[in-house]
Design a protein around this ligand. Structure first.
Ligand SMILES: [Zn+2]
Length: 217
């Protein structure tokens, strides 16, 4: 049984601070992308749990590919074509497998933090023509409630100091930098928009500032 203790916190922003997450369990995870490890972290300040899938040597000066992936049940599990979340997660796993090291922090803040039921309500409004932001506003919910500090703390707990951020979301890059990680490079994870994702992706680019090219062939 894995004892609940915090790992080394040297070389990062969290040195000397009281940890707000703790690793609670760790095991091997064979996947279709090869061997990974999986760990579960608990927040010490809320009831949030985090799942981390990782492989290879992480305590290194080489930049390590990392993705903070925000849970998208519809995209990750059911392969919804309304968004590109599932594709991004798979691309991140493939990239990590190819490089032989890397980390995915799976953050369970579904629907940009509004929860799955509200996300389905928002989808119902999108069926009537609202876009992803308008739907949240009509429901009286925030546009993006996600927080990344604890995800970054987990990356530091795993020993990371220099990273290649696998993301299109500038907020995630900023959170990594504020948490003391050196973001050496951003690796875009972009897919050609489909008729289902076109509107969603253009709202992400033009209203939420995501780093997307939206190139179609
Ligand atoms: Zn999604």
């Amino acid at each position: 049984m894995y004892s609940e203790s915090t790992q080394n916190l040297q070389n990062n922003h969290f040195v000397g601070l009281i940890p707000s997450v703790v690793k609670a369990a760790e095991a091997k995870l064979p996947t279709k992308y090869g061997e990974f490890r999986i760990a579960g972290y608990r927040s010490l300040t809320s009831d949030e749990e985090f799942v981390v899938v990782y492989k290879g040597k992480l305590r290194t000066n080489e930049p390590v590919p990392v993705r903070i992936h925000s849970q998208c049940l519809t995209g990750d599990v059911f392969h919804s074509a309304k968004c590109d979340c599932g594709d991004q997660l798979q691309r991140a796993m493939e990239t990590i497998a190819k490089e032989g090291r890397g980390v995915v922090v799976y953050q369970q803040q579904e629907g940009r933090g509004i929860g799955i039921i509200n996300k389905i309500r928002a989808y119902a409004l999108q069926d009537e023509g609202a876009d992803t932001i308008e739907a949240n506003v009509k429901l009286g919910l925030g546009i993006d409630l996600r927080r990344y500090e604890q995800c970054v703390e987990i990356l530091c707990d795993l020993g990371l100091t220099r990273v290649k951020a696998l993301t299109n979301n500038p907020d995630k890059i900023q959170a990594m930098r504020q948490g003391g990680l050196e973001v050496v490079e951003r690796v875009a994870i972009e897919f050609e928009p489909s008729k289902d994702t076109q509107k969603y992706l253009s709202v992400k680019k033009f209203q939420m500032g995501h780093l997307l090219n939206l190139v179609t062939s």
